[in-house]
Design a protein around this ligand. Structure first.
Ligand SMILES: NC(=O)c1ccc[n+]([C@@H]2O[C@H](COP(=O)([O-])OP(=O)(O)OC[C@H]3O[C@@H](n4cnc5c(N)ncnc54)[C@H](O)[C@@H]3O)[C@@H](O)[C@H]2O)c1
Length: 319
């Protein structure tokens, strides 16, 4: 199959590209390297079934040609990372909404399959402990920039499901919960790479807020195995959570990282206002229900959090 990955030079996209090439597919990546990097593609650069195209999905004229000649598009290109989103709310909305619009418009010409990577952020401020795909969503006010990411991804979801309903475009939407692993950069606010890097450098681990907020961390290889599963199944127009169910508070995550890396780093607490922006809002718990994707693909994550932390630490040590 010929697969196009938008944002394929990013963290998740680069693993996805490797996995697709390993199983014999042809892969084209389009990426503007805004948060991605050619280093992520080091292992596949010379593969003759692989092509990299530098370009911005918002304006590159070749997007339509690239989409229409593909059997499937994994649409990952997006503005990501809380720090990045809070600082660049306009760019976030433009990238996520206009970019998806262009991909869907092109895909609709040939009815090319599209998989959109949405996010658990769309569940917003709901105080539920675990989130299921049919839940109502509680997104915060537009006076807080951080919600521009969730809102833009939610609009993407509506775009996808609407295209499916109105035109029959074969689309899948997945909501990724925190996906982590080697190669993820901590530059844009991602917590695990930040913690591991600080621990290895014996620098303080900065926990934002009280640290009592909990998250579930899924190994990128588990996420990619779920993404690959969508090549084989139909079930279009549906939304699926993808994530681990092993919940951990951010404070405990910091302690675990320190223990598993043998570090002597201290933990320091930073109020959200200082870490991000005045009035920053966060959700206390965020864990997925994964029965729906489990039933569709017989999928569940295999990697424990300890294993993930060890993998990320090994990656940084090698760097
Ligand atoms: N990593 C996570 O925990 C997580 C959680 C929820 C959702 N997601 C979603 O998964 C996808 C991949 O995320 P990631 O963690 O690999 O992030 P990433 O930043 O590593 O990947 C995004 C890629 O998109 C590219 N990109 C951004 N704007 C572009 C544009 N205008 N034109 C072309 N390329 C552009 C970036 O250069 C980057 O390579 C994103 O859609 C993100 O919203 C990720």
């Amino acid at each position: 199959m010929h697969i196009l990955i938008t944002g394929g030079a990013g963290f998740i996209g680069s693993y996805l590209a490797e996995a697709l090439l390993n199983k014999g597919d042809h892969v084209t990546i389009i990426d503007n390297l805004s948060t991605g990097s050619l280093d992520n593609l080091g292992s596949i650069g010379n593969n003759d079934r692989f092509e990299f195209i530098y370009g911005n999905i918002l304006e590159i004229p070749a997007l339509e040609y690239l989409v229409t000649k593909s059997d499937m598009v994994y649409h990952l290109a997006a503005a990501v990372g809380v720090e990045m989103v809070v600082k660049n709310p306009v760019l976030t909305i433009q990238t996520n909404v206009k970019g998806t619009e262009r991909v869907l418009e092109a895909a609709n010409i040939t009815k090319t399959r599209v998989l959109l990577t949405s996010t658990s952020e769309v569940y917003g401020k709901s105080t539920k402990q675990t989130f299921s795909e049919e839940d109502d969503l509680l997104i915060g006010s537009p006076s807080h920039s951080r919600w521009s990411y969730a809102s833009s991804k939610l609009l993407d979801e509506f775009y996808c499901t609407s295209y499916y309903r109105e035109t029959g475009l074969p689309v899948n939407v997945v909501r990724l919960f925190n996906t982590v692993g080697p190669r993820q950069t901590g530059k844009y606010g991602m917590v695990l790479p930040r913690f591991v890097k600080s621990a290895l450098e014996e620098k303080p681990l900065f926990v934002y807020g009280t640290g009592k907020q909990s998250r579930c961390f899924c190994h990128v290889n588990d996420t990619v195995s779920a993404l690959l599963g969508f090549l084989e199944v139909g079930s279009f127009g549906e939304i699926y959570n993808i994530g681990s169910q092993e919940s951990c508070t951010i404070e405990d995550l910091a302690k675990k990282v320190i223990k598993l890396t043998g570090s002597i780093s201290p933990i320091e607490y930073v109020p959200y206002d200082k870490a991000y922006a005045p009035g920053f809002e966060d959700m206390l718990h965020r864990a997925p229900k994964i029965e729906k994707i489990g039933k569709l693909l017989n999928w569940k994550p295999k990697h424990t959090l300890d294993r993930i932390i060890r993998d990320v630490a090994e990656y940084y040590r090698k760097q």
